[in-house]
Design a protein around this ligand. Structure first.
Ligand SMILES: Nc1ncnc2c1ncn2[C@@H]1O[C@H](COP(=O)(O)OP(=O)(O)OP(=O)(O)O)[C@@H](O)[C@H]1O
Ligand SMILES: [Mg+2]
Length: 265
């Protein structure tokens, strides 16, 4: 469980401060007190260029959340190297502070970065309506639905202003319509203000609608089975035949069907 959400820049291992995200030969094993281990990730090599969106899909327990925590510097790998520009994690569980209002939760990263309460609140409040949260600015997290809490956590992550966003199933708690709206909102926000994004999702369509590339991981220990290039222009149309074909291909890879490698870097 991460106790901090934001990382400092770490580039010494790659030798390049301009890298978006670079993982080279990364492995991670969790050990209990008796030394027994769970191998979560193995031999992960991935690069995400600045302003590129990489989606990561894989079966439950294959190490996706672990991967994001490694990228953000909340864990260290046992093998390999991780380099990343300043990053922020939106954890799989929303981790809102129960004693703060929705507005103050959303504005938290801005406050931490030194903005006054009034200015931080004003910047967060301006986005509440777009998130379908207007009227709930002063509600405590316990008074919000799961999907609303997730949108507050999403806002907090975006407002951090970090160059790298690590999003762990950011829309997993949302109904299908709100999820599609949030995906479109994120796509628009990234078009206006590009960021480097590592997006973990169990929704293959979401991966293909939002990402430049989709990394498909194997069951634990997670290894990169395939990296699919999504070359369709933006804004993307879900019913685009090329996107549907890619979705089938990603699903095939997830289900272990043999598919030729495309665009693996
Ligand atoms: N802090 C921890 N201590 C021990 N084992 C852990 C810890 N965190 C994760 N694991 C184990 O590592 C493996 C990968 O977990 P992780 O949460 O990264 O998977 P995931 O792909 O995100 O799964 P999900 O799709 O269900 O969220 C699992 O077997 C899990 O039990
Ligand atoms: Mg997870």
């Amino acid at each position: 469980m991460p106790t901090q959400l934001q990382s400092r820049p770490r580039s010494s291992q790659s030798g390049s401060a301009d890298v978006g995200i670079a993982l080279q030969g990364v492995g991670r094993t969790y050990r209990d007190r008796r030394g027994a281990g769970v191998r979560a990730l193995d031999a992960i090599s991935l690069r995400v260029a600045p302003a590129e969106v990489l989606a990561v899909v894989g079966p439950s327990g294959c190490g996706k959340s672990t991967l994001l925590e490694l990228i953000c510097g909340l864990q260290r790998p046992d093998q390999g190297t991780v380099a990343c520009a300043p990053a922020v994690l939106m954890p799989q569980r929303d981790l809102l502070l129960p004693w703060l209002s929705a507005l103050d939760n959303a504005a938290l990263a801005l406050r931490i970065s030194g903005l006054s309460r009034e200015r931080a609140r004003a910047r967060a409040a301006a986005l509440f309506a777009e998130m379908g949260l207007d009227g709930f600015e002063h509600s405590r997290p316990s008074e919000l639905s799961g999907g609303m809490r997730q949108r507050v956590a999403f806002l907090r992550t975006l407002l951090s202003g970090k160059r790298v966003l690590c999003l762990d199933e950011p829309f997993g708690a949302l109904d299908a319509i709100t999820r599609a709206e949030m995906q479109e909102w994120l796509a628009g926000a990234l078009a206006r203000e590009p960021r480097t994004v590592a997006l973990v999702t169990h929704d293959v369509e979401e991966a293909i609608v939002l990402a430049d590339r989709v990394a498909v991981l194997s069951p634990r220990p997670g290894r990169v089975l395939e990296v699919l290039e999504v070359e369709a222009p933006r804004p993307r149309v879900r019913t685009d035949a090329a996107l549907i074909a890619l979705r089938e291909r990603a699903l095939g890879a997830l289900q272990g069907a043999p598919t030729p490698m495309v665009g693996a870097r």
